[in-house]
Design a protein around this ligand. Structure first.
Ligand SMILES: [Zn+2]
Ligand SMILES: [Zn+2]
Length: 343
């Protein structure tokens, strides 16, 4: 029998273990799955969940990466609607059970039984090939490159889908707290969706970039009273919190206007404080948003192609994953580290 062909992957063998670059057999897709020849995969802060074991149901050794873009290479048995050679993205949403109350309601992202997460509960895209459920695939438009598509199916869908589901109307004040991997996309989406877009970050040096991304107003939370500044504009309908620092959220929440929402997509550990009296009198509050399905990713990609929204990226070869991960963790990357496989 001929030896199975090998591929290079990044893996972590156990919780808190180091990242390793290893050779594995190229896997074959089971029923309902496809094999994707990975071209690019973004490095996300959530890769830390896989490394440290901070998510239930990780089976080690595990390959991280849930911002993958590539080409369908092999179809598993019974796969419908997809062809070999199609360009696809595979994001955080890795599949759902299909039979729980949420799934039967059509709310697959909120699956209660088997919420599969790419690169967390199943092997992800920091590899030359990956296996994905066919319902986890998002079509990539022709004019979006793999390096751009990768971050759009996680950082992109997280901010785009949060903003489009939050109920704000064109012209209303939408503030984006933080200009990083998520925030630099959030600012672009908010501006392209027609909101009065306010970018909030630390330091005067980020103003030029924020304006270039489409922000109408820039606020520096190192020197300005954010709540007061937002109230001067009539109050924010949404503050999209892309940072993980709870104190930065607490500091901004007083800037919410009528029906305002602090919309949290950055997962920090510390509690957020808010003034209940002000919240009640403005009907405002705190809400969070959880990524989206593969169809939400596909619509994120389509909207990005249409409107020109793109991530700012820095690429690293697969073998340099550790370097990319460190750059992401130390926030030295502007703004998304993306692994390329050479495919
Ligand atoms: Zn992510
Ligand atoms: Zn389900």
């Amino acid at each position: 029998m001929a030896a199975a062909k090998k591929m290079t992957v990044v893996q972590v063998a156990k919780a808190h273990g180091p990242w390793e670059i290893v050779e594995r057999d190229i896997p074959n897709p089971g029923p309902g799955d496809v094999r994707v020849k990975v071209q690019a995969c973004g490095v996300c802060h959530s890769d830390v969940l896989t490394k440290e074991g901070w998510w239930p149901g990780i089976s080690y050794p595990c390959v991280p990466g849930h911002e993958a873009a590539g080409v369908i290479d092999v179809l598993g048995e019974g796969v419908k609607g997809w062809k070999v050679g199609e360009r696809v993205g595979v994001g955080w949403f890795g599949g759902s059970c299909g039979y729980c109350d949420s799934c039967r309601r059509g709310d697959f992202a909120m699956c209660l039984v088997n919420r599969e997460v790419t690169g967390v509960t199943r092997d992800g895209g920091h590899a030359e090939y990956m296996i994905a459920h066919s319902d986890a695939l998002a079509r990539i438009p022709d004019d979006v490159t793999p390096v751009d598509a990768g971050p759009l199916v996680c950082a992109g869908v997280t901010t785009f889908n949060a903003l489009r589901n939050a109920g704000a109307r064109a012209g209303q004040v939408v503030a984006i707290l933080g200009i990083g991997g998520l925030g630099h996309l959030g600012v672009q989406y908010a501006a392209k969706m027609g909101f009065k877009t306010v970018a909030i970050a630390r330091g005067a040096d980020k103003e030029a970039l924020a304006k270039k991304l489409g922000a109408h107003v820039y606020l520096d939370n190192g020197t300005q009273d954010i709540s007061k500044e937002l109230q001067k504009m009539g109050g924010a309908r949404i503050i999209l919190a892309t940072v993980t620092a709870a104190d930065a959220m607490t500091q901004s929440i007083g800037g919410l206007g009528i029906d305002g929402q602090l919309l949290v997509v950055g997962a920090g550990e510390k509690p957020i404080e808010f003034n209940a009296t002000q919240a009640i009198s403005f009907r405002s509050g705190v809400r969070s948003w959880y990524s989206g399905t593969s169809m939400d990713s596909q619509e994120t990609l389509a909207f990005s192609a249409l409107s020109g929204v793109r991530p700012m990226t820095q690429t690293f070869p697969l073998e340099k994953y550790q370097e990319a991960y460190d750059a992401m963790m130390n926030s030295t990357v502007r703004f998304r580290a993306v692994i390329t496989t050479g495919h």
